[in-house]
Design a binder for this molecule. Structure first.
Ligand SMILES: NC(=O)c1ccc[n+]([C@@H]2O[C@H](COP(=O)([O-])OP(=O)(O)OC[C@H]3O[C@@H](n4cnc5c(N)ncnc54)[C@H](O)[C@@H]3O)[C@@H](O)[C@H]2O)c1
Length: 441
């Protein structure tokens, strides 16, 4: 019996201009936009982006077929991307990038005109959901439903005004307070009724997501707040034929965790404790200094180890694992985070060992190529008729959204295999299992 999944996937033509809609024009969004412009102008290279740099093996190893992903499958060219954004502060992308302090002024000045032309539209915002921020560049409406209609209008006008063929939206706004999925999130009908009642379990990021889905725009959430991660949104996305993905870009410390933990587990080494702490001083750090926003982040960061290590199957190795994650706001560091990990492991006969990691990380530098890949892959998904949750994009997230009957896949290497096999299937190629027995028989 063959396990290959053959499906005749028709991919629509890639030609045309794609609008990239970014709610939140802060450090990550401006680093992404400036990066695309710099690459487009031949100033820099798109390091960290699979869509731009990665090769993909096809067929048997002795066939030596290794095209770039973008040679295998039609992806929108960087020259065809066009940027739109919302923020509660009325600063253009150049000013915001300077304030964020991630990229040097010398680099930003080379693309100043293009960056300065990108101006945010007034945001849907409420301080209740991001307590450490306050801005005046906001929309005014009577209830969430009216905000949603204003947002739909923004999306439509942006598309028409700029003569765009397709759109993709990625939430790059601040992390909102922790909200649980409740009754109003269970069906489209309940959610739309709750919007009209201005229900407190609806947060601004949900309005952006709901408007994107209504306009047929693929949506990804780069932060850990719910946004589009609830049954009503899956239902609506499936109905509208819209691909969804999220949550929380996998960068920095969690990226390291999902690289290391599968390795330790692969060798059946035990872990007694994993202590992670960070200092960072950007606006994201300030928002996360509020315990309610941090709670959303903490949930996202903690879930990773549990799923990878499977303590229920390996009680001798992981049952008593103590996992702690801290984020400390420390302004002098700006966007250059420092993340320390202390991992107490044990080996043969229970003998203890320790691993220490000190990652001098640049958060937005790690996040920017993720946004680029998500934009191009979500556009591809949409052109391929994929809709609802896009599990193959879990590779990019700390808390991949997933079907309620499945556990999320956190292991970076399984995620990569899933992503590449999806691309192979889309291109009508065989999936690769790495079995390899046939070479030796
Ligand atoms: N940098 C990373 O590695 C990384 C990784 C995972 C997740 N994230 C998440 O990405 C998001 C952006 O990070 P950042 O470093 O750019 O933060 P940032 O504070 O620099 O930018 C966020 C921007 O969103 C704006 N904003 C807040 N609420 C908004 C709303 N309702 N509508 C429109 N704009 C709104 C803020 O004014 C701010 O300009 C954060 O939620 C962060 O937690 C970042």
């Amino acid at each position: 019996m063959t396990h290959s999944f053959k499906k005749n996937i028709q991919i629509k033509n890639v030609k045309g201009k794609v609008g990239v809609l970014l709610p939140g024009l802060g450090a990550v969004a401006t680093t992404f936009i400036a990066g695309v412009l710099a690459v487009r102008n031949g100033i820099s290279k798109p390091i960290g982006s699979l869509t731009q740099m990665n090769h993909i093996r096809l067929g048997r190893r002795d066939e030596h077929r290794n095209p770039k992903i973008k040679e295998l499958i039609p992806l929108t060219e960087l020259d065809d991307l066009y940027f739109g954004t919302w923020d509660i502060f009325n600063e253009n992308a150049y000013e915001s990038a300077i304030n964020a302090g991630v990229l040097e002024k010398e680099l930003l000045n080379q693309i100043k005109d293009e960056l300065s032309a990108i101006k945010p539209m007034p945001a849907v915002f409420n301080r209740k959901y991001v307590k450490r921020l306050d801005g005046s560049h906001v929309k005014v409406a009577a209830n969430w439903f009216e905000y949603y209609e204003l947002m739909r209008q923004d999306i439509r006008e942006f598309k028409a005004k700029n003569n765009l063929d397709r759109l993709v939206m990625v939430w790059t706004g601040s992390t909102e307070i922790f909200l649980k999925t409740g009754k109003i999130h269970q069906s489209k009908k309940a959610f739309e009724a709750a919007m009209k009642e201005n229900h407190p379990d609806i947060a601004p990021s949900m309005i952006y997501a709901w408007a994107a889905i209504a306009e047929g725009v693929p949506y990804a959430n780069g932060a850990p707040n719910l946004s589009a991660d609830f049954p009503a949104a899956y239902e609506f996305a499936a109905e509208m034929g819209v691909p969804l993905s999220g949550k929380d870009f996998k960068t920095g410390q969690t990226l390291m965790k999902t690289i290391l933990a599968p390795g330790l587990k692969a060798r059946m080494l035990g872990i007694e404790g994993w202590f992670s702490t960070n200092i960072l001083g950007n606006r994201d750090g300030e928002v996360l200094d509020d315990p309610e926003s941090f709670k959303t982040k903490e949930e996202s960061k903690l879930s990773v180890l549990e799923q990878i290590l499977q303590p229920e199957l390996y009680p001798d190795l992981y049952e008593d694992l103590y996992h702690k994650v801290r984020i400390n706001y420390y302004p002098p560091r700006k966007d250059n985070k420092e993340g320390w990990d202390n991992i107490d492991i044990y080996g043969w006969l229970g003998y203890p060992m320790q691993i220490k990691i000190d990652f001098l990380c640049r958060d937005s530098i790690l996040a920017a190529p993720i946004i680029l890949d998500l934009v191009l892959f979500l556009d591809l998904a949409s052109r391929s008729g994929f809709k609802g949750i896009q599990e193959w994009l879990s590779f990019y997230f700390k808390s991949p959204i997933h079907d309620a009957n499945l556990y999320p896949e956190h292991d970076l290497f399984i995620q990569l295999m899933k992503l590449k096999n999806t691309l192979r299937v889309m291109a009508g190629e065989e999936e690769i299992t790495h079995l390899g027995l046939d070479y030796y028989i």
